[in-house]
Design a protein around this ligand. Structure first.
Ligand code: GDP
Ligand code: IMO
Ligand code: MG
Length: 431
């Protein structure tokens, strides 16, 4: 297949970065199409760990072109830091290898301040955002007052728009949120060097992607966050501010509808969530703490401990439907080694009724009781497994059950953090 999207099917951090890094070998272009540096995609290559925030996870493959699409929001200062870090590790991304959409929106320091001040004000009702200004930046995009990446090339107009926005934002910060306003002068002083560093990356990425597809090149789309964090289909209001489901590839990446060949959904062999909101299968016992330690479940963007839960097949079926999933990449099976028995949630119960599918009105998720089936675990180290035959029988049974309950075929199974620690059953680019 020629065009493939990798999409998170839970609440983010499913291991999308590792899967994209693996598939990038067979792609010509790797395209991010939504979100910003609220994403943190981890790659472990030859024992070295890289965390990518806005730059696509094709960055470590010399010769592959990386695209930051129009659906993204870019913190330009954080992007410069990310590019510097990559350069320091011998992965320079020059404008011939990194294209940034003229239409992508900019996250400005006032967006970050607003995000944080609002969360502080919400207290116990807070969303638990990353605090990187993502929601406020998307608000400005929809309000048609945002600054876009191409505006960096027009210094005078950029300055006028920024000053205009700052006036309004500072009033809001001071008078409504009771927070410190942005110092206009010092922000202006930072803009010049930032502009000079980034303008050469401006490109018409939607046109570039469409041309690449027409020319028969292989394009990999890298989703961020996860289906349950999608602004429309997730657990609103405990979601992020963009569409994270596969359809965002068209609006945020510029791919013509109908041209997406396969969606590879990524799920952990259990579940995690960072921040607030419903989480039916959450494990509140000491086992949750143990899995957090063994799975190193601490947010790569913010360092916050991730909440841990059992695998939820109701969510899996929901994500399969919304994303039109071709296959499933199941990660972190190794983390479940030594857990006995294992549980899988196959349905929910609420108000005397059984729900096999996601109940309407996501607030209902707060009230459901998960129905579990138990499966026997295994104790053998599986990190060296490279085929299903290398796995203990009980691990294979667990996988079989996930496939039966989720209805999506298994394409890959992660057995460790490293690039090589994976069982590949079917590579979408090669089938
Ligand atoms: P993403 O946001 O979906 O790319 O996921 P993150 O990078 O935020 O979190 C996934 C974490 O799990 C990272 O630390 C990865 O290195 C790690 N990881 C990915 N796949 C596996 C796996 O199969 N086994 C183990 N043990 N770790 C994995
Ligand atoms: P990746 O791409 C996990 C969560 C935040 C919070 C909510 C809203 O690494 O999987 P935001 O800052 O986006 O307004 O926060 O969304 N969130 C993520 N959780 N992984 C992510 O990205 C996330 N991106 C946002 O924790 O609950
Ligand atoms: Mg992550």
């Amino acid at each position: 297949m020629q065009t493939v999207a990798v999409i998170g099917t839970q609440w983010g951090d499913e291991g999308k970065g590792k899967i994209v890094d693996l598939l990038a070998t067979d792609a010509d272009l790797v395209v991010r199409f939504q979100g910003g540096n609220n994403a943190a995609h981890t790659l472990v290559v030859d024992g070295e760990k890289f965390i990518l925030r806005m730059v696509p996870a094709g960055a470590l493959h010399p010769g592959k072109i990386c695209v930051i699409g129009n659906g993204m929001v870019i913190d330009p200062f954080a992007l410069i830091e990310e590019l510097e870090r990559l350069k320091a590790h011998s992965h320079p991304l020059t404008p011939d290898r990194l294209k940034i959409s003229c239409d992508a929106h900019l996250v400005m320091p006032y967006h970050r301040l607003i995000d944080r001040a609002r969360e502080a004000r919400l207290g116990a009702r807070k969303v638990g955002t990353t605090g990187f200004g993502i929601g406020p930046a998307y608000e400005d995009k929809m309000a048609r007052s945002g600054l876009r990446f191409a505006d960096l090339a027009k210094p005078a107009a950029f300055r006028t728009r920024l000053e205009y926005n700052l006036k309004e934002k500072n009033l809001y910060l001071k008078n409504v949120l009771k927070a410190k306003p942005v110092n206009a002068k010092s922000l202006m002083a930072q803009i010049g060097p930032m502009r000079r560093r980034l303008t050469s990356y401006i490109a018409d990425t939607a046109g570039f992607v469409a041309e690449a597809v027409a020319a028969g090149r292989r394009v990999l789309f890298e989703g961020a966050h996860g289906t349950m964090l999608d602004i429309d289909h997730g657990t609103y209001p405990f979601v992020t501010s963009s569409n994270c489901v596969a359809s965002a590839v068209f609006s945020g990446g510029g791919l013509p509808p109908g041209k997406l060949d396969a969606v590879l959904g990524v799920a952990k062999a259990y579940a995690t969530r960072v921040g607030g909101g419903p989480f039916p299968t959450e494990i509140k016992s000491a086992l949750g703490d143990r899995l957090r330690e063994e799975g190193d479940e601490f947010g790569s963007a913010t360092g916050r401990p991730r909440r841990i839960g059992w695998y939820d097949a109701v969510l899996a079926r929901y994500a399969a439907r919304l994303n039109g999933m071709w296959g499933l990449a199941l990660t972190k099976l190794d983390v479940l080694t030594g857990v006995n028995p294992l549980r899988i949630c196959y349905a929910y119960q609420a108000g005397g009724r059984r729900y096999d599918e996601m109940p309407p009105g996501r607030a209902a998720l707060e009230k459901v009781r998960p129905l579990y089936e138990e499966l026997p675990g295994w104790d053998q180290d599986i990190s060296g497994a490279r085929s299903l035959a290398d796995l203990p029988e009980n691990a294979r049974r667990y996988l079989d059950r996930i496939v039966e309950l989720g209805g999506t075929k298994l394409s890959m199974v992660g057995v460790g953090a490293g690039r090589e620690a994976i069982i590949v059953l079917e590579n979408p680019f090669l089938s």
